[in-house]
Write a protein that binds this ligand. Structure first.
Ligand code: GRF
Length: 215
């Protein structure tokens, strides 16, 4: 029998932290669809970029924000310790990366085992890392997609929770691909958070690469 990952009964609070570096459209989707529903509450939005529009979205929703620029800390490990201390103070049980453009250190990840998730604009393991859509276009792919996965110490290498594909055989520019992928991201990331919050997501005890989803 596998153990649910930091699960909570639907009636209980499921506080989450979101980290974002940019526009924050995925954060907005979470604010609009899961925040305040089914016991899920976004209790913290963190960034490495002081001017990130994501922070303004959080503030507009009344969610506490904090900024942890690398330049203000001795190194990445020190920055991530401060970030994790703040997340813990806010009581989050899940950390959602929604366009957070920094690699998290092993020290940070060890504090949230199987409780950090990321949304990536490609069908992993194809096109990990930066510029996924651009790489896919250069490669001439006809099927694009989105992956929500647990974060491990690699670059977009953690166990896959949800994926959705879209056929775009005539796409030529990143803009037209992103327009379609964002719409998918804005459904898939909230769906993954809902599933985790209700304890429906487990790592397969027989194969730690595989994620089991309860119906
Ligand atoms: C998304 O495309 C996501 O897949 C990637 O970063 C982008 C963030 O977009 N990891 P936004 O800031 O949520 O609009």
């Amino acid at each position: 029998m596998s153990r649910p990952l930091r699960s909570a009964p639907v009636s209980a609070q499921f506080p989450i932290a979101v980290l974002a570096s940019g526009a924050g459209s995925n954060l907005q989707a979470l604010l609009d669809t899961v925040h305040g529903h089914d016991g899920i509450e976004i209790v913290a939005v963190g960034s490495n970029v002081p001017a990130a529009p994501a922070l303004a979205r959080a503030a507009a929703a009344g969610v506490p924000t904090a900024v942890f620029p690398l330049a203000e800390h001795a190194d990445r490990a020190a920055r991530d310790t401060a970030l994790a201390d703040w997340i813990d103070e806010r009581g989050a049980r899940l950390v959602v990366l929604a366009g957070y453009m920094q690699l998290l250190t092993p020290g940070f990840l060890s504090r949230y085992p199987h409780a950090v998730v990321n949304v990536h604009p490609a069908l992993l393991p194809a096109f990990p890392g930066l510029g996924a859509v651009e790489q896919a276009l250069v490669h001439g792919v006809r099927v694009f997609g989105v992956t929500v996965h647990f974060v491990d110490e690699g670059v977009d290498t953690g166990p896959i929770i949800l994926q959705r594909a879209v056929e775009l055989p005539h796409a030529r520019t990143p803009e037209e691909v992103f327009e379609r992928l964002h719409a998918i991201e804005h459904e898939l990331l909230p769906e993954a958070v809902r599933l985790i919050a209700r304890g429906a997501v487990r790592i397969d005890p027989a194969d730690p690469r595989r994620v089991l989803l309860d119906p």
